[in-house]
Design a protein around this ligand. Sequence first.
Ligand code: PEP
Ligand code: MN
Length: 367
Amino acid sequence: MLPRGVTRIITEKCMENSDSQLFKYLIAGPCAAETEEQVYETARQLHAVSAQLPYPVSFFRAGVWKPRSSSSDFCGAGKKALPWLQRVSRDFGFPICVEVGKPQHVVACLLHGIKCFWIGARTAVNPFAVQEIADAVQDADCTVLVKNPAIPDLRLWLGDVERFEKVGVKQVFAVHRGFAEQHENVLRNAPLWEIPIAFKVNRPDIPLLCDPSHIAGNRQYIKQIAQIAIDYGCNGLMLETHCNPECALSDAQQQLTIAGLTETLQSLIYKVSSNNPDDFLRQQRTLIHHIDTQISQLLAKRITTVEEIARIKRDHNIPLVQPGQWNSVVKNYEQYALPDDEYLEFLHHLLDELHQFSLKRQRRIQQ
Ligand code: PEP
Ligand code: MN
């Protein structure tokens, strides 16, 4: 969800994003290297569409060691995947980028000529781990992409970036991939746009990329997330791309086909002029669309949850209406309301409708 005030911050940043050169980096490739064929086929298709992409592929990404939440999940092919990536680089000319979580990963990559690493969101929360990786890369002429830590802590993210600068890494990028949230939401990770924007304000010299794949968690939202990121002035995108996403061993729902990637990149609008009201209007409509998507899904989810409650009430002979319950719902909405009377009147009207509809659905279940 977009927190209050963010629309205004993005609006201001959008107005500043008048430099069409701002956007230049594109990172594509699968969530994980699964088999030699899958990696090679993904790269081959990507190479074949190169001329149709609005920007060249800066790096071909693939996770080799995957930091999964459950140890039963696919944890990556491990170092046997490194020669597969070397072959991709040799045959198609893409520089390779791999996630590293410990110094041994760095060493193994360097032995295979891989010199671009990304620090994942789970590693980025741990300064000890980040420092160990920084120490391992210090003598190598390499590029490091630092994803935001999974927890929303701007100072920690800035600090991670500094660790790599301090050991002399010349090319350090930041990657916004959203923030972990416990409650169920439409998006996999909350974008909390104000954090990458604050990062940009603090470090305008560090290229900031956006990873809409991990924010969205589902391909259907990738385009809108990517457009908002471009509108706030991000310098590039990391997009998970797979030759056969449906069969991917990790993050199957969010990976794009090569055709999907091409279509997404072709449909995005990269040039933004602060003087052009059409651009400005389009940016605001993208935001509204993003907000509406969430309102619509949350509303439907609210109704199905109410129906679930109705079943519990029916099965345990609990009365349909309980005193005080609806008042607490209204109070919760009022907490986030705009302060003027007209808005409050509108909100109460809307909530009355919502309440009546909820009761109607509950009565139907009780009968
Ligand atoms: C990834 O890029 O595949 C990945 C694991 O990313 P994150 O650390 O952002 O979850
Ligand atoms: Mn992934």
